[in-house]
Design a protein. Sequence first.
Length: 79
Amino acid sequence: MKPALLALLAVTSLASVSCSGISVPSTNQTYNGKPVLTRASHPSGGSMTEVKGVYLGRRYYHPPGGKTGLAWIDVYGQR
């Protein structure tokens, strides 16, 4: 019984590490001491204009009033 429990714990910890990945800063955090910049795929997410900076990742959300689908916000750091 004990080896099975240890194996289950090992698999669970590996799954949580592989799912977490690199965290994307939220839109109110900073990068290099400067606020992050964002570019949205939907007007509800903010500005949709091109941004220059270091690409930090993408955050997904459901736009308000949308029946289906996901929208995203690309997060960029200023140099």
